[in-house]
Design a protein around this ligand. Structure first.
Ligand SMILES: Cc1cc2nc3c(=O)[nH]c(=O)nc-3n(C[C@H](O)[C@H](O)[C@H](O)COP(=O)(O)OP(=O)(O)OC[C@H]3O[C@@H](n4cnc5c(N)ncnc54)[C@H](O)[C@@H]3O)c2cc1C
Length: 388
């Protein structure tokens, strides 16, 4: 151990990923002295860089709608607020319906979505093809379109938060995984790495797919499991597609899939495997590409001539109900959790970071209290997110 460094902080954030880096920034902005401990050599290298950059407030529950509406405010004004280009594109999200079943699901969600201020509507097949002219018209019933959703670069965003957090004095220690956490009288008294033993008033678990391992070090069970998902990117072509297209129809081997055209021309896409692929294995499979491309070409035949350039696989930190976990850990009074962000951690990062900073300061708003009812660590985990 080297003890020549400063080892006492107001807050220690574990993990510099989609949620950890913005959280460190907002904690420092609220006046705290912050240390971030990260096991790999730089920021955003865990699940963050595997995300395809989709950002939507189009969810099925009030908490994620509220959080993501706030995130969209942050993403969309990032350039003005921070000066960084994070490739924000207000491209919108389009959930397609090719059967009555999906039409009913999407229409039934509209009521909740609209009641929470979402700019979203249902369009019939003909109207929907005015928004996305290249959709296969056969059996197309229609879909919902939310024009204010969009996309941005997870790596640029994370790096921008990192730079601004450093400007506020946050210390980042890379290649320094947490090995032990000491708990005394229901409180974390020390966070131990191979290099040092640190103390802080608050410790924030932002360790993504590894969050339950960090939880165990502090003696608590967190229902967060790694669930692997694959994605791919094509060569760039002239822009012809506006929104992120999401097809929620299940098919053999998959539940849903989604794709969009990046501002630089590439089509980027993902599929949700069925059954889930639990575990930390991030080796690509040979089944992903044939499965997803067949489904995509079915709904958009024009895609059949575009060449795929690269595939990759990463981890969703999944919870049993598909909702994130934000709040104080039961039984360990200074342990804050920003974990279990499932397939939406990039979009939840900015608003989640703000929320965690308000909790750390002890100043949650009325809106935060509403959100915490859905995402708190001591909920029963019996619900089910419908647009995972
Ligand atoms: C294929 C794919 C597509 C996706 N697309 C989207 C999308 O379009 N939009 C979206 O919002 N989300 C998307 N996601 C989900 C998103 O990537 C995750 O929800 C998000 O990155 C999780 O953020 P996190 O900060 O919890 O975890 P991470 O970003 O993984 O950060 C956790 C960090 O903790 C560090 N760590 C772990 N253990 C330790 C330790 N012992 N000590 C110190 N540090 C530690 C890790 O190295 C890592 O850097 C996608 C995911 C995948 C795989």
């Amino acid at each position: 151990m080297t003890n020549n460094q400063n080892t006492t902080f107001d807050a220690i954030v574990i993990g510099a990923g989609s949620i950890g880096t913005p959280t460190a920034y907002y904690l420092a902005k609220s006046g705290l002295k912050v240390l971030v401990l990260e096991s790999v050599p730089s920021v955003g290298q865990g699940s963050n860089k595997r995300a395809i950059g989709g950002i939507r407030a189009t969810h099925s529950d009030p908490a994620k709608i509220a959080l993501c509406l706030r995130s969209i405010e942050i993403f969309s004004s990032f350039k003005e607020e921070f000066g960084d280009d994070i490739e924000w594109d207000r491209c919108g999200y389009a959930f397609v319906a090719y059967r009555e079943r999906e039409e009913q699901t999407l229409k039934s969600l509209l009521l909740t979505q609209k009641s929470f201020g979402l700019n979203i509507d249902w369009y019939d097949g003909k109207e929907f093809r005015e928004i996305i002219p290249d959709l296969n018209p056969e059996d197309l019933v229609g879909g919902t379109f939310s024009p204010d959703d969009g996309s941005a670069s997870p790596l640029l965003t994370n790096h921008a938060y990192y730079t601004h957090a450093m400007e506020l004095g946050v210390e980042f220690h890379f290649c320094e995984p947490i090995r032990e956490i000491e708990v005394e009288n229901g409180k974390i008294s020390a966070v131990i790495t191979d290099d040092n033993c640190y103390t802080a008033g608050i410790v924030v678990n932002c360790a993504g797919a590894w969050a339950s391992e960090i939880g165990k070090l502090a003696g608590i069970d967190l229902p967060v499991k790694p669930d692997s998902h694959e994605a791919a990117i094509t060569e760039p072509v002239a822009r012809f597609l506006g929104p992120m297209v999401v097809d929620i129809r299940p098919a053999p081997g998959s539940t849903n899939y989604y794709f969009y055209q990046h501002i630089t021309g590439q089509i980027i896409f993902c599929i949700t495997p069925d059954p889930n692929a639990w575990g930390f294995d991030t080796r690509e499979t040979s089944s992903f590409l044939p499965m997803v491309s067949q489904r995509m070409i079915e709904v958009m035949p024009r895609l059949k001539n575009i060449r795929v350039r690269r595939t990759w696989r990463g981890l969703y930190p999944m919870t049993p109900d598909g909702f994130p976990i934000f709040g104080w850990a039961p039984g360990v009074s200074n342990f804050l959790l920003g974990v279990g962000l499932c397939g939406q951690g990039f979009m939840l990062g900015p608003s989640g970071g703000e929320l965690l900073a308000r909790l750390a300061q002890g100043v949650p708003t009325e809106n935060d209290q509403m959100i915490l009812q859905y995402v708190s660590p001591d909920r029963k985990f019996v619900g089910q997110e419908l647009l995972k």
